[in-house]
Design a protein around this ligand. Structure first.
Ligand code: DX5
Ligand code: ZN
Length: 217
């Protein structure tokens, strides 16, 4: 499978959200990465349902929604309603992770689990077969534009090994500090989906930047 690109709309211009959504629609990107932050699980607040609904209205590609919130179970149906296609919760935010994953799937979405930089990938061993996606954080969640944590490469290699051993179809997504250099290393290690926020939106030509990330062999 060719790798996928999921530009993070956290770095878009919210006063021109329709324009930026159209830019992604007509680019070679595959998904929209939508970061939801609650100011409790992470030290920042981003946006909620009305903004996701507005994105969904114009988006022609799947919404890859990354929940950086405590107690995500409470809102799963609401995220489905506003248009999430893939819903990712944090390992660190879920006491009954298996139940949360089943709820996401029963609601008709693909299910992902994100892990923070300090969380060992071995903790996914007993859940990975239930997951459509593992999201490995390569920065501490909360903000765009942070520096890539190098240890992520070894985590990707470990998750890839786990996936091959268990023979599951789980995708590996990496989020934070992705640029052309880190992307090459991540893809070589077995990453399937690259999230990129500031690298895309702070570049002079975001569509061209997306194409460059997509074209890496
Ligand atoms: C960080 C978010 C990321 C963020 C990535 O907490 O989960 O998706 O937008 O931004 P960059 O690509 O700028 O590191
Ligand atoms: Zn994210």
């Amino acid at each position: 499978m060719d790798h996928l690109i999921s530009p993070s709309v956290l770095s878009c211009d919210f006063a021109n959200i329709q324009r930026d959504v159209e830019m992604i629609n007509t680019s070679t990107a595959d998904w929209f990465h939508v970061d939801v932050m609650d100011g409790i699980f992470v030290p920042n607040i981003s946006f909620g349902f009305p903004v996701i609904e507005a994105i969904k209205k114009h988006a022609t590609k799947p919404l890859d929604v990354h929940l950086m919130i405590s107690n995500p179970d409470k809102y799963i149906l609401e995220f489905k309603k506003v248009g999430a296609d893939i819903l990712t919760v944090h390992y660190e935010a879920c006491i009954h992770l298996h139940r949360t994953i089943q709820l996401i799937k029963e609601s008709g979405m693909k299910a992902g689990v994100a892990i923070n930089p300090h969380t060992p990938v071995s903790l996914l061993e007993d859940i990975i077969e239930d997951l459509d996606l593992v999201l490995i954080m390569s920065v501490n969640p909360g903000y765009g534009g942070q520096k890539f944590i190098k240890n992520t490469i070894s985590k990707v290699l470990q998750v890839k090994k786990m996936i091959l051993e268990k023979n599951t179809k789980t995708l590996i997504e990496v989020d934070g500090g992705v640029n052309l250099e880190t992307a090459i290393e991540l893809l070589n290690a077995g990453t399937d989906v690259l999230v990129a926020g500031s690298f895309v939106f702070n570049s002079e030509n975001p569509q061209e930047t997306i194409s460059k990330l997509k074209a890496i062999k």
